[in-house]
Every structure is written in C-alpha cells, then in structure tokens.
Write a protein that binds this ligand. Structure first.
Ligand code: ZN
Length: 305
C-alpha cells in the first residue's frame, strides 16, 4: 500500500500522556493561524484524545532551537458563534501535553476613532461581556471554584510580548483593555463602540475571556497579543461598498496575524524561560484546599470533623 502521500501525525491519549510530555518536552504554546510559518517549516500534527473529546488542531514546531506548540485557531472545523467554541477542550489538550505558557493572538476591532488598523496592542486587562460559562467544572474532581483574575495576565509573558512588539512594530500600545464582546453573527454596533471607549476599552473581540480564564484556572502563564483589523476607515468602506470593506478587512486580518505571530517568535526565548518564573501563575492550581463538590450551607459549628 502506498501511504507516502498521507499526512503523518502523533497520537497522544490518556494512557501515553506522561510519556508524551517527557518526549515532547514543550512548555510554550500559541493560539494562532501562522500559515506561512507552517508551510515553510516542518510542523508535525499532534492529535490529542482527552477524556472529553479529541483535539485535532495542535502542531509541534520550533524556532531558534526552542520547541513550541501551535493551536491552529479556535474554531473546530465549523465556524460557530464564539459562545459555542470548545475552549475547555483546547485547555485540556494543552494541559495533557504539559504546556506551561500560553499566548493568545487576536485580530480585533479598534475601539477609539483615532486608532488605525494594523496597530499592535498587548492588553493589560480585559472586560468580559460575553456571559460565557464553563461547564467543565462539573466533571473535574476538585469541583467548582472561582478563578482569581485580579491581574488577568502573566506579567512576565506580557513584558516579553510588549518588548518584542515595540522592537518590531509601530504603532504599538503595551496597555489597554480588551473588551470581550459576544455578538456573533454580528459584530459591535457604533453605539457599543462609543460605550466601550467610555469604559476605557482599547480593542474589542469575542474570544479572549474564556481562553484567559481557563488558562489561569490551569495555572498557566498566559498573555495576549492583538492587532487591529478594523477601524473607522474600514467601517466607512463597509458603509459605501461592502465588497471593498470586506477586502480591506481581509487584508488587515492577514497582516495582523503575521504581526502577532512575529512578535511571539521574537519573544519565544523569554516565554520559554517563564517556566521557572516567580510570577505565581502556577499557584492558582495548587491553592485549592478542599473539594467543594459536597458542600452544604450549614453553620460551621454544626459540622463535625
Ligand atoms: Zn506567569
């Protein structure tokens, strides 16, 4: 049989996961769609069978001798409302593979009228408007707990991305809030944009909140890098000629993806070193004190040890 033309993949499942983590020895991952990089280098697909489904968008790559994992986009085969994206499956696959540091890349809308498409932003905070909810706690042995998000991003990962962005791109903001809006199949209205500007938002998108929250819950070093894809000029094009607007938006999306991925590659040595950083991101997993699955509202003095 001729299998030469078939794609080769690795298969990680619960029974070989420990061995796979040792063999792969990869600690950094990025959620991105770096097609040019993947064509130019030998990325290898890793199929991950988790206990709650099979994840098929992980690819192993390397840069400057440092291995890293690409999670190819957020949609699983079909385009869906962001509410239906299985963020928990992706996080589960990343945890199985031993990932410690995760960078989310996003093409986003500019909130302020004066900001232009192409601007790179490393947000330092976000506001969640998605009403998104993770149900995976129901099947986790430790039960439910709130995720502390007082400082939502890893300071070390953010510093690495901000430094690289300033070296590579212009204009760049190394702060600002990502407004996590949730409106597919529509994007934000002009009134919503004005509202987000009042709230101090700099960029708007639909997917950061769940990804960042699950990464924090898993004790990862997580940070985001975004590039603006639509601004007042693009919106004006859409109003006069929808095809022209769509073409401009498409070009901005491709250019934005290149910028955010280039920033990641430039930051990779620092991101890989975060494994041992004292930022405390990993404490979020071990801080769990007791199982809360069997929890009753009873006065504490009535509970015998
Ligand atoms: Zn950290």
């Amino acid at each position: 049989v001729g299998l030469d033309d078939l794609q080769t993949s690795y298969f990680v499942h619960p029974d070989n996961a420990a061995h796979a983590r040792r063999s792969l020895d990869v600690s950094v991952a990025i959620v991105a769609r770096p097609d040019d990089h993947m064509v130019a280098t030998d990325t290898v697909q890793i199929i991950v069978e988790t206990e709650s489904g099979v994840h098929t968008r992980c690819y192993l790559s390397s840069h400057a001798g440092i291995p890293f994992l690409i999670v190819y986009g957020r949609f699983d085969r079909v385009r869906s409302p962001s509410r239906e994206i299985d963020f928990a499956l992706t996080q589960r696959a990343l945890s199985m593979l031993g990932i410690r540091t995760l960078v989310g890349t996003f093409v986003v809308g500019a909130v302020h009228a004066e900001d232009r498409a192409g601007t790179v932003v490393v947000p330092d905070n976000f506001i969640g408007f998605g009403g998104w909810s993770d149900e995976s706690w129901k099947t986790r042995p430790e039960g439910f707990r709130n995720v502390e998000m007082f400082s939502p991003f890893c300071p070390g990962a953010r510093e690495a991305l901000a430094g690289s962005a300033l070296r590579l791109h212009d204009p760049v903001y190394t702060d600002g809030s990502y407004i996590c809006f949730h409106g597919w199949p529509r994007i934000e209205t002009s009134a919503e944009l004005a509202y987000y500007a009042q709230l101090g938002g700099r960029v708007v998108g639909q997917t950061l909140d769940p990804e960042a929250t699950l990464a924090r819950q898993a004790g990862l070093h997580y940070a985001a890098i975004t590039a603006m894809m639509d601004d007042e000029e693009v919106r004006a094009l859409f109003r006069t000629d929808h095809a022209e607007g769509a073409a401009a938006l498409g070009a901005n999306i491709r250019a934005g993806r290149k910028k955010t991925f280039a920033t990641f590659l430039e930051s990779l040595p620092q991101l890989a070193a975060l494994n041992f950083a004292p930022c405390g991101c990993d404490q979020h997993v071990v801080s769990k004190r007791k199982r809360s699955g069997h929890f009753y509202y009873r006065p504490e003095h009535l509970i015998a040890d």
